[in-house]
Design a protein around this ligand. Sequence first.
Ligand SMILES: Cc1cc2nc3c(=O)[nH]c(=O)nc-3n(C[C@H](O)[C@H](O)[C@H](O)COP(=O)(O)OP(=O)(O)OC[C@H]3O[C@@H](n4cnc5c(N)ncnc54)[C@H](O)[C@@H]3O)c2cc1C
Ligand SMILES: NC(=O)c1ccc[n+]([C@@H]2O[C@H](COP(=O)([O-])OP(=O)(O)OC[C@H]3O[C@@H](n4cnc5c(N)ncnc54)[C@H](O)[C@@H]3O)[C@@H](O)[C@H]2O)c1
Length: 628
Amino acid sequence: MDFKYDVIVIGAGHAGCEAAVAAANLGSKTCLITMDMNKIAQISCNPAVGGIAKGQIVREIDALGGQMGLVTDQTAIQFRILNRSKGPAMWSPRAQCDREKFIWAWREKLDHTPNLHIWQDTVRELLVENGEVVGLITLWGVTFHAKCVIMTAGTFLNGLMHIGRNQLPGGRMAEPASYHLTESIARHGITYGRMKTGTPARVDKRSVNFDLMENQAGEIDFHKFSFMNNKVRQLKQLDCWTCYTTEESHQVLRSGLADSPMYNGQITSIGPRYCPSVETKIVTFPDKNQHQLFLEPEGETTNELYLNGFSSSLPMDIQIAALKKIPAFKDLVLYRPGYAIEYDYFDPTQLTHTLESKIIKNLFFAGQMNGTTGYEEAGGQGLVAGVNAHINCHGGQPFTLARDEAYIGVLIDDLVIKGVDEPYRMFTSRAEYRILLRMDDADVRLTERAYQLGLATRERYDLLKTKQEAVEQIIAFAQNYSMKPDLINGALEQIGTTPLRQGCKLIEILNRPQVTFDNITKHIPAFQELLAKATSATPGREEEVLEAAEILLKYQGYIDRERMIAEKLARLESIKIRGKFNYSSLQSLSIEARQKLTQIDPETIAQASRIPGVSPSDINVLLVLCGR
Ligand SMILES: Cc1cc2nc3c(=O)[nH]c(=O)nc-3n(C[C@H](O)[C@H](O)[C@H](O)COP(=O)(O)OP(=O)(O)OC[C@H]3O[C@@H](n4cnc5c(N)ncnc54)[C@H](O)[C@@H]3O)c2cc1C
Ligand SMILES: NC(=O)c1ccc[n+]([C@@H]2O[C@H](COP(=O)([O-])OP(=O)(O)OC[C@H]3O[C@@H](n4cnc5c(N)ncnc54)[C@H](O)[C@@H]3O)[C@@H](O)[C@H]2O)c1
């Protein structure tokens, strides 16, 4: 058998699913090949989507016309906005999802996407001719031909799982690993390494003493992931619970360290710094006598609970004994123990900003294979790879996102310019323009581009336009409406802010930290009327519009300042240097800069300035050579 496609995606994880839908929706004849069609978009660890900075990525995927936000809204069983105590640039949506329903919601989307086929099989080898990928061969001996191939094999490449001294080959618990594929890529000169990740035990709800835990309910308001006008909280909403480890449980964990694959030399690869195993926590922070744990539901109807904060690859008996030393878990029954997994990843500096390999033409890499960790990071990369694979097949300008445009832009730029030496997780602190990259404005930043590209639908575009018009009306009113002291001072005193001495524009009052739309509107009937009129064109999205307008009114100064800095630096982005220099012959550059610039081959001066090891004086040398 011999099949032909424009784009083939290997692996139906979070990267592969977004990649396949994006390429197919743009019009490429696409095939998604995956090992097990019943585990499409399987959430390997916690069925939680979003969280700090990751939530903004999901909003961006959605604004671009991707699917992760819609699937998350459809299957969320608890929703919260994290970082509420900080400014709106830091607010991050997070949802706990029903694991099984998440899979089937994704499967339904894929099944109903025109131009998209699914093939259940395992890819064994890539076919490469004259430095260009032309297809692949599967374990069942099927040959596929394609103009572009997107690799999204996650943690499956030569995957090896660990629990204590026991080791088992596998790509994820109860799923086989993928062999030969790494070698078939490495044969062409692409380098790879090993990374590690892990997951905690799953607890039977019936065995937990909930009266010894703190209850944490979700939020039921208008917030959700998608900008589409879909329903909020479509499933029954469930609580999470928190408790702490105890000194006694730490003693048990310590007694198992000799058999810990993390500490007995069995695992040598590097794990995620920001999601350490519980054994790493007690070793790294020996003075802390407790660590917080979150117990979170895995589904609407199951008794299985996810024990966030207790990731471990210690022997099973140690995991259980340590947990039983925590009062809430004294009668504990588990469904499955925690485990660690090691897998191959490919150095992402071997990719361009479109996620295409610099070495094998028309071959793209996305997701965990590029050294990232997280469903959201994978989904964002998948979408960008899917769009660019389509463009390679049918023409068009490469699709990339800038650092001041999207967290996905920050992520990909960090990967291809700086590379990774440990699993890369997104944080707000990685973005220098985070005030510009808020969860509320991902649609404003990205939907127009996605619509021009053909990825965002007309409906999505119209939703953006009506929202923008409503927001503009509100801002214009606030800028122009005059406030008289005698009409508003009573209300201002009630709110706890200084009364006016003389008249001013409404915007000046709204800029005060104590004043919110919520507490001032009822005192200004004309404003109240205007808000009702402006939002009448956005039924079902009134609160979303008000929130967006309020953020813009309150933070415009900061936003303008950050935009100005971004535009200044954008000038460096416009100085193209790729192909201009033979770096190894430039003696005025440091040796490290010569090596790094040759290896990364940056497109612009700005990219060169972000390469670790390239100093400001190296950049000055390049600027002088460019005549600046
Ligand atoms: C134990 C564990 C714990 C983790 N903890 C978390 C967590 O809590 N939160 C978090 O954000 N991230 C966590 N991660 C990482 C998270 O799972 C990944 O970041 C995310 O799933 C990556 O998405 P992906 O699309 O790159 O790969 P995956 O989701 O791993 O998907 C890979 C897909 O490729 C398929 N595949 C692989 N090889 C082949 C082949 N040769 N032929 C055909 N199909 C193939 C697989 O069947 C699978 O469908 C964890 C991962 C594991 C394994
Ligand atoms: N093993 C891995 O490769 C890996 C890597 C990164 C993250 N993760 C996992 O990915 C998920 C997201 O990662 P994260 O670190 O951003 O965690 P998160 O989104 O779960 O937590 C973000 C912040 O919120 C807190 N938090 C955790 N659970 C919460 C809840 N139910 N309600 C309110 N606040 C909560 C945490 O203490 C943390 O400060 C987590 O489940 C984590 O275990 C795994």
